[in-house]
Design a protein around this ligand. Structure first.
Ligand SMILES: [Zn+2]
Length: 238
């Protein structure tokens, strides 16, 4: 199978049911805290990969809307949106513009790979984090003013080449699974803590103790759960 055929298979198999009606739901109804943490990781890794690519083609900045092929002179054709819906009928029911747009860009990038485009061949997996995000049901993401907004918080809508200086982020299945599990553990720990249960819990990554710090700022109660190991688990909860 060609890159493009494989890509169409993946996009076609995205489950529309994960997306229908999500724009009318609250963030907390769509995904768990752990899943949002994973979404944020995947977006950060996409931005990093785009940053590396921008440095390679000597551009300073691009937008979340732009296709990587467009940055090297290719143009979208008029009927591309209609064609996507023919190839991937599951998208007919989905009202998530950014996912459709990035999927179109991804398919176009795969066509360049099939045509042995020299630049594309150096960045074959550039879209991978976003496609994984869509496959996992990365629900309610929208663009608002200058930001890409979701249950994870916000990212800038523009992607800076400096992002390419960051360390690669592990987006393997195993790592994503661990992130969700440690968030679930921390949430359950906090529920017990609020009930007055003092049993300690331990980090699933390193086995060290997890410490709950409770804070009060302007009458708002919030908590920080932190692993005793430096630079390990450290997340705020309300
Ligand atoms: Zn730890």
């Amino acid at each position: 199978m060609s890159y493009h055929e494989l890509a169409v298979e993946r996009i076609k198999n995205i489950d529309a049911n994960q997306y229908i009606g999500v724009s009318n739901k609250r963030y907390s109804e769509v995904r768990s805290r752990g899943e949002y943490e994973v979404d944020a990781r995947l977006i950060a890794e996409y931005y990093r990969r785009v940053g590396v690519y921008l440095q390679f083609i000597s551009k300073e900045v691009t937008s979340i809307y732009a296709g990587m092929d467009m940055l090297i002179g290719y143009k979208m054709v008029d009927n591309e949106w209609d064609e996507l819906l023919v190839k991937c009928p599951n998208f007919v029911e989905i009202d998530f513009m950014l996912m459709k747009l990035i999927s179109i860009h991804y398919l176009r990038w795969c066509t360049l790979l099939d045509n042995n485009n020299n630049i594309a061949l150096q960045f074959p997996d550039i879209y991978e984090p976003m496609i994984i995000l869509f496959e996992r049901g990365g629900g309610r993401i929208s663009t608002h003013h200058h930001e890409l907004v979701g249950g994870f918080g916000a990212f800038s809508r523009s992607i800076d080449a400096k992002r390419g200086d960051m360390k690669p982020i592990d987006i393997s299945d195993n790592e994503l699974k661990t992130i969700i599990e440690e968030l679930e553990l921390a949430e359950a720990y906090l529920v017990e803590h609020k009930k007055g249960n003092l049993t300690e819990k331990y980090c699933i990554r390193c086995g060290n103790r997890l410490i709950i710090h409770s804070n009060n700022k302007f009458g708002q109660q919030w908590y920080k759960i932190k692993c005793e190991t430096k630079d390990c688990f450290d997340i705020n909860f309300s």
